[in-house]
Design a protein around this ligand. Structure first.
Ligand code: AMP
Length: 215
């Protein structure tokens, strides 16, 4: 399966992409995670990207398109993938269409997680992330077993710099201005599956399975 996971920051894209990736045995490709990896390696790309990310702005399209092109050409992506956080602009969507057409592939479904704005702000402000494995927690809804450490590898959890309240508000605005319209790009192909994302993680997972015909 070739899936796109869409939805605003805080809608649960990362959580549900990771779950689906485990269930379907296909890679989870998160452009946010790929960028954070470059930031932590201190590469030139990472350092440039960080200036945009810290403000809650988008990294330029050409950088993102090259990044996803490189990742999709890796062997594990041949059998399918879940892309989380890309495309975020119409330019990126056009570039992805072309990339897939060149490979004779197409997108099977675009999952859109719908969550009210106040709930997204609440989720992002309580979110803590493991800098080692990127697993995320919510300090009220899904706290780690041991205080502020990752259940999987014991690394102290961190608040992402772009989850600070001011930056969150800006990210939500950028999403509304630039990404909400990208969904329309796929609407005509009737591949868009809108899911009400305001429920427990298990329930949203069940709704996604049902929408994909896997329930
Ligand atoms: P995420 O982890 O998906 O919330 O992404 C974190 C940040 O990475 C975003 O706020 C953007 O600054 C940047 N980013 C991730 N994916 C993209 C993309 N497709 N286009 C532009 N910027 C992106």
């Amino acid at each position: 399966m070739r899936l796109l996971m869409a939805g605003s920051p805080g809608s649960g894209k990362g959580t549900h992409s990771r779950r689906l990736s485990d269930c379907l045995g296909i890679p989870h490709i998160s452009t946010g995670d790929l960028l954070r990896e470059q930031v932590s390696l201190g590469t030139e790309l990472g350092l440039n990207a960080k200036t945009f990310m810290d403000r809650g702005d988008y990294v330029p399209d050409d950088v993102m398109v090259n990044m996803i092109k490189g990742r999709l050409s890796e062997p594990d992506a041949e059998k399918g993938f879940i892309i989380d956080g890309f495309p975020r602009t119409v330019t990126q969507a056009d570039a992805l269409d072309k990339m897939l057409a060149d490979l004779g592939q197409s997108i099977d479904a675009v999952i859109v997680l719908d969550v009210p704005v106040e709930e997204m702000v609440r989720r992002l402000s309580g979110r803590r992330t493991c800098p080692t494995c990127q697993r995320s927690y919510h300090m009220d809804d899904e706290p780690p077993a041991d205080d502020e450490r990752c259940n999987d590898d014991g690394t102290p959890l961190e608040r992402r710099s772009d989850d600070e309240p001011e930056t969150v508000r800006h990210r939500l605005k950028v999403y509304a201005d630039r990404t909400a319209g990208v969904i329309e790009h796929y609407d005509t192909d009737s591949v868009v599956k809108r899911i009400n994302g305001e429920a427990t993680i298990d329930e949203v997972h069940r709704r996604i399975d049902e929408a994909l015909g896997m329930a």
